[in-house]
Ligand binder design. Structure first.
Ligand code: NDP
Length: 296
């Protein structure tokens, strides 16, 4: 029987566990707070930001919502980040990507105080992750680690294959999988658009993480019998639905489910975990900034 890994349920248990840590911080006079900065009118980005704010409020994290006109000068964004860096009442800062073309995204990530960088994308935090001394693990790969753990799968000594090498998913995922630590110790292969014989590699995976952003590119024939399959992709494809589209992953779910030992659905797999781990990092950041043990 294939196990369907329920991301909503695992995310809920993470949020439940965070409540005790948040209570501890509130008792010490430090309610955690997350500032989201949106410099875009893209409906998807607006939705992501508003979901993150709702998530915060649900668990008792203060959400600070900052909108910047996408036509404004880049300096306005940098000034905002500087103010948030200096504000002791702000524990986490998230700038929703993508920013407009006239703003250089790498400079934006570098401008955020690494202690408040709850996305974990600042070079200092990336460096710490690679060095095996992570401060804030990036939310999506960290959430995937939790999903794999929740399925009772031990990564140690296993062959893991990550399809995708982006800075936000593929690379940090591979880094976590090779760490000499729980949730790591896997022999890890990273594939990308130039990889030859992709199917040969994916078929070798005990643990397969698909993060390419290509609808249903991995089918059951590319999966090893019994493998743990984590589908990160969120792709809109035209469909005869009310909205005119539906969301599919990078994995062709129906055929993959026949072969996999455990698999995440889309939606309801990795997505909720990414959101939960942002809350986790915000709570962790508040504890670190005020030297309060939040037991995470
Ligand atoms: P990017 O577009 O930044 O990276 C995609 C990666 O996949 C690249 O490394 C690319 O290779 C590789 N790739 C593309 N096509 C192929 C192919 N045919 N074969 C092998 N590799 C390929 O995407 P992201 O990492 O940001 O996101 C990936 C997917 O995950 C998207 O669908 C996104 O929406 C989703 N996502 C979901 C999240 C969640 O919470 N569930 C969070 C973040 C992302 P190359 O480097 O050579 O171009």
């Amino acid at each position: 029987m294939t196990e369907i890994i329920d991301g909503n349920a695992v995310a809920q248990s993470i949020r439940d566990d965070l409540v005790a840590s948040i209570d501890r911080l509130v008792d010490a006079g430090q309610r955690p707070s997350l500032a989201t900065v949106l410099m875009s009118e893209d409906p998807a980005s607006e939705t992501y930001v508003s979901m993150k704010q709702d998530d915060c409020e649900e668990v008792g994290i203060e959400a600070i919502d900052i909108d910047i006109d996408p036509d404004a000068d880049a300096a306005e964004l940098y000034d905002t980040i500087e103010d948030l860096n200096a504000d002791e009442d702000v524990n986490g800062i998230l700038v929703q990507m993508p920013v407009p073309d006239h703003v250089e995204d790498r400079s934006v990530l570098r401008a955020i105080d690494p202690m408040k960088d709850v996305d974990g994308f600042h070079p200092e935090n990336v460096g710490r992750l690679v060095a095996g001394d992570a401060r804030y693990k990036p939310c999506t790969p960290h959430g995937i680690q939790k999903l794999i753990e929740s399925a009772g799968v031990n990564t140690e000594g296993k062959d893991a294959v990550v399809v995708g090498r982006s800075d936000i998913v593929g690379k940090p995922m591979a880094n976590l999988l090779i760490q000499k630590a729980p949730g790591g110790n896997a022999t890890t292969t990273v594939c990308h658009s130039r990889t030859e014989n992709l199917a040969e590699r994916t078929r070798n995976a005990d643990i397969l993480v698909a993060a390419a952003g290509v609808p249903e590119m991995i089918d059951g024939e590319m999966i090893q019998e019994g493998a743990t399959v984590i589908d990160v992709g969120i792709n809109r494809v035209d469909a005869d639905t009310e909205k005119g589209y539906e969301l599919v992953g990078d994995v062709e779910y129906e055929s993959a489910k026949e072969v996999a030992g455990a698999i995440t659905p889309v939606p309801g797999g990795v997505g909720p975990m990414t959101r939960a781990m942002l809350l986790y990092n915000t709570v962790k950041a508040t504890g670190l900034q005020h030297d309060i043990d939040v037991d995470l």
